[in-house]
Ligand binder design. Structure first.
Ligand code: SF4
Ligand code: SF4
Length: 158
């Protein structure tokens, strides 16, 4: 096997592990408004096939030959989610993102640091006094910290 081929395979393996690493994936909730002309668009298939984005339909209201509305959770790498949302918009479907964010109840936090080790986005750290710091701008809302907390002070708000 040539060294060139090895490098290519190595890159492929790295990409595969990035895609399957749940800690690097994030979720978005969106409302999709379909015009009548787009009711047959196979959105969940396109998301999975073209962007490796998993989708979970939370609510669907479809009036045949009129219009439709879907509330859906999308799960994927952040850059893939952005591209997938743009693809949906380009096809004439209106997309409204539902804001989600993580909150920490700092009054109850015991600053054990358990959540820091699971946060691959680097949004959590201890300051010089060993108090937890949450850098919200880096948070991808991957939810990994929620289950890592022994005292249940991390919540996801919609
Ligand atoms: S703070 Fe929590 S939800 Fe945000 S990126 Fe880190 S582990 Fe994920
Ligand atoms: S795991 Fe929970 S208690 Fe520990 S530092 Fe993180 S938020 Fe605080």
């Amino acid at each position: 096997m040539s060294p060139r081929k090895n490098k290519k395979e190595e890159k492929h393996l790295i990409n595969e592990s990035l895609i399957s690493n749940p800690a690097l994936r994030t979720r978005k909730r969106v409302v999709l408004d379909f015009p009548p002309s787009q009711l047959q668009t196979p959105i969940t298939y396109i998301l999975a096939k073209e962007y490796d984005v998993a989708s979970n339909i939370l609510r669907a209201e479809i009036a045949p030959e009129e219009s439709g509305k879907l509330v859906m959770e999308m799960d994927g790498l952040p850059e893939n989610l952005e591209k997938a949302i743009q693809r949906i918009k380009d096809s004439g479907i209106e997309v409204t993102e539902i804001a989600r964010k993580v909150t920490f109840d700092m009054d109850k936090c015991i600053h054990c640091g358990a959540c820091i080790s699971v946060c691959l986005a680097g949004a959590l750290k201890l300051d010089s006094e060993f108090h937890l710091q949450f850098i919200e701008s880096k948070c991808t809302v991957c939810e990994m910290c929620v289950t890592s907390c022994p005292v249940d002070v991390v919540t996801i708000n919609l």
